[in-house]
Design a protein around this ligand. Structure first.
Ligand code: HEM
Length: 178
């Protein structure tokens, strides 16, 4: 919501896509309606890259001695993956500090294991697909009828998740005629 309310150009592109693909008077949409919204779905992925709620993949332990990039990692070491470090690495992303949903349009260009908001491997988030779809439903329903505005600077709360401190969000009914 913060990413939307502070980026007018992105906000407009999402609404343009919704106006083109969804009928305004429809109260219920089908799965197919919402997965065929490429820009909205890229926006959700870029938001999770830029603001990864779970900013480190929960710990793993290696079962044998390993050599990782010249570093000896003995068996039984606790390993935590720094998701934020990955998501903002210039080795993995072109201009990582730019919020640019378009980068996900060509999914094939995203490097393996560079986007880990839901973790990876056998403990990959069980709710990943559910969550991505739920966000698309929520945002599509909201943005087809409302504009979102935020006039505050983001401050992170001190919690184990990457969540914002309280901020004011303004929802304005849209003045669209479609
Ligand atoms: C934006 C929303 C969500 C994010 C960012 C998120 C993120 C994560 C992450 C990072 C992990 C750890 C994965 C790993 O260790 O590799 C995880 C695990 C898990 N998540 Fe989510 N999650 C989300 C929503 C959900 C939802 C909606 C559900 C249930 C419907 C869910 C159920 C689970 C479960 C059961 C696990 C443990 C999987 C395991 O250890 O085998 N999550 N999630």
């Amino acid at each position: 919501m913060y990413a939307l309310g502070t980026r007018k150009d992105v906000h407009e592109k999402i609404q343009q896509e919704l106006d083109e693909h969804l009928s305004k008077n429809e109260q219920e949409y089908q799965y197919e309606d919402l997965v065929n919204l490429p820009y909205l779905n890229c926006f959700i992925k870029e938001s999770l890259r830029y603001y990864p709620i779970v900013y480190a993949v929960p710990s793993r332990m290696n079962v044998q001695d390993e050599n990782i990039l010249g570093h000896h990692v003995p068996k039984g070491t606790t390993i935590i993956i720094n998701t934020i470090g990955l998501h903002f690495s210039p080795d993995l992303w072109d201009e990582p500090n730019e919020f640019r949903p378009e980068r996900f349009l060509e999914e094939k260009t995203i490097k393996t294991a560079s986007w880990l908001p839901f973790g990876m491997g056998s403990h990959l988030c069980l709710g990943k697909n559910f969550s991505l779809f739920e966000q698309a439903v929520f945002l599509a329903m909201l943005l087809k009828d409302y504009d979102v505005e935020v006039n505050e600077t983001l401050r992170y709360a001190k919690t184990i998740f990457l969540t914002p401190e309280k901020y004011t969000l303004c929802l304005k009914p849209r003045n669209n005629t479609k």
